[in-house]
Write a new protein. Structure first.
Length: 272
């Protein structure tokens, strides 16, 4: 009968220590990976939520400069006119023929036509200054018949006329032989042709009629017939005179729709 050899089993308790020892030696690297350290999200960096790289946040906009305050520039006034004289110019006047005497007793003056687009706009010169004459004895604020002075003030310009045909003015124009004149001026200069062109100054007269109308609302003793007319080379009885070429320019420029006025007087009076 064959001999039976019996083999003993190793106790199962020995297997566990051996497996534990192998795990310690391998560090479990064959099955797991160490956890990655968490990324910190710093200032200016955005976490993308997908494990990607962070992107820089846009810089905040620079503060804008405050808008510059608007500056209101007052309209330009007519040079040489003081507040009292400016106040006499009607609000709706957009043309002003300014005649400035050299002195209260001077018969020589300077004339400039000014215009503006609206009451709140600046006055600007239309022409360069013109040489002019005024009354033989100068200027007065209380004109009377025969004083040989031109009246100081602001007066409307509404009517024109003359011995010669209308050059094309927009003002009502009366062509009349009555405007013919003869004789000599104060310095012996001939007066012929002085009234070839005239614009009536609305001092002691009715508006809307011919310059040769003789009605005097303030009375005969306050004078009248004060015109702008062609210069004859010397002082006047009380009118204002400029050269014939300037008279034609003035007639072609004055526009009744712009309510033209004449502002006239010696320099000191107009500056008040």
């Amino acid at each position: 009968m064959p001999r039976t050899v019996s083999r003993r089993r190793r106790p199962a308790l020995l297997v566990a220590p051996v497996l534990a020892l192998l795990l310690v030696l391998t560090g479990c690297g064959a099955h797991t990976s160490p956890a990655a350290p968490a990324k910190s999200v710093g200032a200016g960096v955005r976490a993308d939520g997908e494990g990607g790289r962070g992107t820089a946040a846009p810089a905040p906009p620079a503060p804008s400069a405050p808008p510059a305050p608007s500056v209101s520039v007052p309209p330009l006034e007519i040079p040489g006119l003081g507040p009292q004289t400016r106040a006499e110019i009607p609000v709706d006047a957009r043309q002003a023929f300014v005649v400035t005497g050299q002195g209260v007793d001077s018969n020589e003056s300077t004339a400039v036509l000014y215009a503006r687009d609206a009451p709140d706009r600046s006055w600007t010169p239309v022409f360069a200054p013109w040489a002019a004459h005024n009354g033989m004895e100068g200027w007065t604020e209380d004109h009377v018949t025969g004083d040989l002075r031109s009246p100081v003030g602001v007066f409307g310009l509404t009517d024109a006329g003359g011995k010669l045909p209308d050059p094309g003015t927009l003002l009502p124009y009366d062509e009349e032989e009555y405007f013919a004149v003869e004789g000599d001026g104060f310095f012996g200069e001939p007066l012929e042709g002085s009234f070839d062109y005239v614009v009536a100054i609305n001092y002691n007269r009715v508006e809307g009629v011919s310059p040769i109308d003789h009605e005097r609302p303030l009375g005969e003793d306050r004078g009248g017939g004060i015109w702008i007319h062609v210069d004859h080379g010397g002082p006047t009885q009380g009118c204002v005179s400029v050269s014939e070429a300037r008279m034609k320019e003035l007639l072609l420029t004055l526009d009744p729709a712009k309510k033209p006025v004449v502002v006239m007087g010696d320099k000191a009076s107009l500056a008040r």
